[in-house]
Design a binder for this molecule. Structure first.
Ligand code: ATP
Ligand code: MG
Length: 231
């Protein structure tokens, strides 16, 4: 298949507990920079490397659906439907079976990339997908060791295009820096403050109506809830 015809699929996995503008902006910028044919957000059911998500999978999925509505971003439920734990290597193998010729591009923030050697069967990942490492504040990528060697071994050369490779290449891509994390949002809600403008309004409304992350309308003085109930 010529490179021109090869389908290029971006994949952004995560816990999305909850989804926020950092995830969404990263996804849309990579979609545009790399001229991807599609990009899928893939929420995990149970993250193997983290504590159990605060919100149930169906809530996290609903929030993602609300967030991507009317955009080019797609949602892939494969990890929610599969028995846990949610290993990325299984997701990539399934995608590879469906799209044997596609260029798969797994997007990870630098914070996630440096933890890759802890992932289940991590050395298999690069045989199944390309990896797009997006800059995310600190920390910088290590100057020596396993990750540096991995990066050097698979780095995309300047004259190469990621579309030419079904898998096996790593690129680093700078994106607009939005210093937002799900942890920060959960903490803000926990301390009875408002996370408004860190995530889509529809997602914040959903958190309030469902009482997620310990949100309790009786305790919150200045939130969007008043607006919702007035409508
Ligand atoms: P938590 O604080 O619970 O770890 P998070 O905000 O890091 O949540 P995840 O669901 O863990 O979100 O992240 C999924 C992917 O999105 C990871 O590859 C992560 O690096 C990336 N990502 C998350 N937030 C941002 C952001 N603000 N900018 C760029 N990439 C991000
Ligand atoms: Mg994280």
């Amino acid at each position: 298949m010529s490179t021109h015809n090869r389908k290029t699929i971006g994949i952004l996995g995560g816990t999305f507990d909850p989804i926020h503008f950092g995830h969404l902006r990263a996804a849309i910028e990579i979609y545009e920079h790399l001229n991807l044919d599609e990009i899928r957000l893939i929420p995990c059911r149970f993250p193997p490397h983290k504590t159990t998500p605060m919100a149930d999978a169906h809530h996290r999925l609903t929030m993602i659906r609300k967030a991507v509505q009317g955009t080019k971003l797609q949602v892939d439920e494969c990890e929610i439907e599969r028995e846990p734990p949610s290993y990325s290597v299984d997701t990539l193998m399934a995608l590879r079976r469906t799209y044997p010729e596609a260029s798969l591009c797994m997007i990870v923030g630098a914070d996630t990339f440096i933890g890759l050697p802890q992932w289940h069967q991590w050395e298999k990942l690069i045989q199944l997908t390309n990896i797009v490492v997006t800059h995310r504040g600190d920390p910088a990528l290590p100057k020596k060791g396993i990750i540096k060697n991995f990066l050097e071994k698979h780095a995309l050369a300047t004259h190469e295009s990621i579309r030419s490779f079904t898998a096996g290449r790593i690129i680093q891509q700078r994106i607009t820096q939005l210093d937002i994390s799900s942890t920060q949002i959960r903490n803000i809600i926990h301390t009875k403050l408002s996370p408004h403008f860190l995530l889509p309004s529809k997602v914040w409304e959903y958190i309030q109506t469902q009482g997620l992350y310990g949100y309790n309308k009786n305790f919150v003085a200045h939130t969007h809830q008043e607006e919702i109930t007035r409508r």
